[in-house]
Design a protein around this ligand. Structure first.
Ligand SMILES: Nc1nc2c(ncn2[C@@H]2O[C@H](COP(=O)(O)OP(=O)(O)O)[C@@H](O)[C@H]2O)c(=O)[nH]1
Ligand SMILES: [Mg+2]
Length: 397
């Protein structure tokens, strides 16, 4: 039987349409760069740090011969630095942090240290910190225009706001330099002339501890695995300190939807169930954030158009002064909105402490901390842990 040509054509088009439909249905079930589902925890029964922790997936760059020796001009180091904003009088506390990080990691990989300060470093500071590492060390001043209160902030309104939020118990509200530090860490560190050609940074604060031997190049791992940001601890914030941050963010999003990443972590940022009272007081923000005294990150994210516009919007809104917006919630909200959440990594193998919270993995590489312990402060601090919310919405990758 001869099928007329138009009918043959119609049959062909129908078959093609059918196949296309089947493909679309199956495609929407495929993960779009999101983490495998099994990495999510919906039912938190015990701290995941009690489970054995190993190194993250290959590829891992190792020390072979002198490939990471200090002063090796052809070293395997990637474009990265350790970085600390610190005051001269914190010298002993800084040396403590350096000793731990050098012992567990950097004595093997010899990444340079960069120390930043709003005042010139003393000779004592320079001598003692240089003696604590074999790696290159640099000392830089923070430019005044990055540190000073900007001209559009009303000093009287700032003084009044300090009184109001102090009465609400907002910690450090009355410390002028704390506001400066939070604003600088939010929008300026990566603009420092000494950092302009650097890509990755590891932020190190004075008086922190590192518990576990890390035997691979952490910056190399970030690069090889295309990660933007690494954290260890995930916490709730004091909602009074960020009451206007989410409303300001919503205003930004209303006109800049294009910056919202399709694979964002907004569910973590807007989770209501973990701490409903925080969600209410922060006007729709869970207050969950990466604890930014530990950060391993790619500064190109902070230099992106989305973040630059977002930071400028927040800076103009004044909340670094009239409230006490920290760099931790600001960084976390930006990452949760504008970055692919699969590019954020939980460094579960890097044991870490900044009083009063700690991150202590179950691994033979770790010493000096109690496995799975989250706080060494009062027991009520346990409820500040926001990992359950993050792991539920985003996963443990
Ligand atoms: N140079 C300098 N560093 C500061 C100043 N304020 C805070 N920092 C640094 O900023 C970081 C955070 O401050 P810190 O007092 O530890 O705050 P906390 O961790 O929130 O209690 C630390 O690395 C401090 O050394 C300041 O006025 N000048
Ligand atoms: Mg600190």
């Amino acid at each position: 039987m001869v099928v007329p040509r138009p009918i043959r054509l119609l049959t062909l088009i129908s078959a093609f349409l059918f196949l296309w439909l089947v493909y679309q249905i199956f495609k929407s079930d495929l993960p779009h760069g999101s983490p495998p589902k099994e990495e999510k925890i919906t039912n938190w029964v015990k701290d995941p740090n009690l489970d054995p922790t190993d190194e993250p997936p290959e590829p891992l760059r190792r020390v072979i011969g002198n490939n990471y020796a200090p002063n090796n001009p052809d070293s395997s180091r990637v474009n990265a630095t350790l970085m600390a904003l610190v005051r001269n009088n914190e010298i002993d506390a800084m040396l403590q942090s350096m000793r731990d990080l050098e012992r567990t990691w950097n004595s093997k990989f010899n990444y340079p240290w960069l120390f930043l300060n709003d005042e010139p470093f003393t000779d004592e500071f320079k001598e003692k910190t240089s003696a604590a590492t074999r790696a290159e060390v640099r000392y830089e001043l923070v430019p005044k225009e990055h540190w000073d209160m900007p001209s559009w902030i009303n000093r009287d309104l700032y003084d009044e706001s300090v009184e109001v939020l102090k009465a609400q118990g907002v910690q450090y509200m009355d410390r002028f330099s704390y506001h400066q530090m939070c604003r600088w860490n939010s929008g300026f560190f990566y603009k420092h002339p000494a950092l302009l050609s650097t890509k990755y940074y590891w932020r190190v604060e004075p008086n922190v501890r590192f518990f576990c031997d890390v035997d691979y190049d952490v910056f190399g791992w970030m690069q090889d695995h295309n990660k933007t940001y690494g954290y260890t601890i995930n916490l709730y914030d004091s909602p009074e300190s960020v009451a206007g941050l989410w409303p300001a963010t919503e205003k930004f999003l209303a006109v800049h939807k294009e910056h919202l990443h399709p694979n964002n972590a907004i569910q973590w940022l807007t989770d209501k169930e973990g701490r409903p009272e925080n969600f209410e007081k922060a006007h729709g923000y869970s207050t969950c954030h990466f604890w930014s005294n530990f950060e391993i990150g790619d500064m190109d994210f902070w230099r992106s158009e989305a973040y630059e516009k977002y930071f400028n919007h927040l800076d103009r809104a004044g909340g670094f002064w009239y409230e006490r917006w920290g760099d931790a919630p600001v960084h976390s909200i930006a990452l949760g909105l504008f970055e692919d959440k699969s590019k954020i990594h939980w460094f579960r193998d890097i044991g870490y402490q900044h009083v009063p919270f700690l991150h202590c993995p179950n691994s033979s590489k770790c010493r000096g901390c109690e496995t799975g312990k989250f706080t060494d402060g009062e027991s009520f601090l346990q409820k500040e842990d926001c990992r359950a919310v993050y792991f539920k919405h985003v996963g443990m990758h």
